[in-house]
Unconditional design. Structure first.
Length: 264
């Protein structure tokens, strides 16, 4: 099992400078916040999927297909009970469902799913070292960049340890397939104990390794990685900035892509 999200491919998306990818991710998040109508947010998700297709990383998207589906489903079911619009569709006592609240819930589901797919596309096409170097070159303090890089390294490590623990218990006769969903989920709870012990032990070993090597976050450093922004990087950032400015104009000046005007 390879729990790492990065997929080594020779595509134009992979060859982009990490600074371009980081800024593009931030701009993409801002684009999703411009509208709260599903007809405006759905095309953004489709574009992200098409970019992932060109980068040949759709396999990671397929792994998280159920999570993305649940995000849209739960948002569609829950948001209509917290916001209300003028066009009432159904009411029962204090509960009410309006057309605008239903569309808003669908839009929020699309927005969350698009956030996740954007981050997934970024992690699938960017090495951890490139991410750390890009953040430092953008002015992020080294201790913060190092902590973020370490956290991203630990996620696949713990995921691999969890898979190993599950496989070890299955080989000893643990049945994780029988029963309903809640019964199967309850069987995973005891498996969290060895995973927590492994996480604490691994973190302690990492701290001792850093201390033994004289790690000091305040030391001055030189870096092997150097940014090489090319024309395509500047062109992409210019294009995305122009699209974001257009979206802001449509939202703020023309009030397009809005289901509930008082909400983001």
């Amino acid at each position: 099992m390879n729990p790492s999200l990065y997929l080594d491919r020779d595509t134009r998306i992979h060859r982009l400078d990490p600074i371009t990818k980081i800024l593009s991710l931030v701009i993409g998040f801002a684009m999703c916040l411009c509208f709260n109508h599903p007809l405006y947010l759905a095309p953004m998700g489709v574009i992200v999927v098409l970019v992932a297709l060109s980068a040949r990383v759709l396999s990671n998207f397929w792994k998280l297909r159920y999570i993305l589906l649940l995000l849209v489903l739960f948002s569609t079911l829950l948001w209509p009970f917290f916001v209300r619009g003028p066009t009432l569709l159904w009411a029962w006592g204090p509960l009410a469902l309006s057309k605008e609240s239903l569309l808003y819930g669908i839009a929020m589901g699309f927005r969350l799913a698009t956030f996740v797919t954007m981050g997934l596309l970024f992690l699938s096409t960017t090495r951890n070292e490139e991410l750390t170097g890009g953040l430092i070159l953008l002015g992020l303090p080294y201790p913060v960049a190092f902590a973020l890089s370490t956290a991203l390294r630990l996620v696949p490590t713990f995921a691999g340890a969890g898979a190993t623990i599950v496989q070890a218990q299955i080989s000893r006769g643990l049945d994780l397939e029988s029963g309903n969903v809640f019964h199967r989920a309850g069987k995973f709870i005891p498996l969290a104990v060895p995973l927590f012990i492994y996480a604490i032990r691994h973190t302690n070993l990492l701290a001792m390794a850093l201390e033994s090597k004289g790690y000091n976050p305040r030391s001055r450093r030189t870096f092997y990685y150097e940014s090489h922004m090319r024309r395509i990087d500047f062109a992409l950032l210019f294009l995305l900035t122009g699209i974001l400015a257009t979206f802001l104009y449509l939202r703020l000046a023309l009030q397009l892509g809005v289901v509930l005007p008082g909400r983001v």
